[in-house]
Write a protein that binds this ligand. Structure first.
Ligand SMILES: [Zn+2]
Length: 78
């Protein structure tokens, strides 16, 4: 026969891993790629390097255009 304490501990561990998975989903960590990042700059169409897309999830512009936007005070906040 099973020990009620073991069952309780099992259930608790289950809940905890569910919560962690949920948190990961919410913070965008679970299986998240760079799908939200543009492959090309939306302004000049220059391909955006993968390294930049990984470093700045959701990035839409190349470094040159981003610099211009920041200078103009029009930068999109990430
Ligand atoms: Zn650009």
């Amino acid at each position: 026969m099973s020990d009620p304490l073991d069952l309780a501990a099992e259930r608790e561990a289950e809940l905890r891993s569910d919560a962690l998975a949920d948190q990961a989903r919410r913070s965008g960590l679970a299986g998240k790629t760079v799908a939200d990042s543009a492959t090309k700059c939306r302004i000049c169409q220059t391909p955006i390097p993968n390294a930049r897309r990984h470093a700045l999830p959701g990035v839409q512009t190349c470094i040159d255009c981003q610099t211009d936007l920041e200078r103009a005070g029009l930068a999109v906040m990430h």
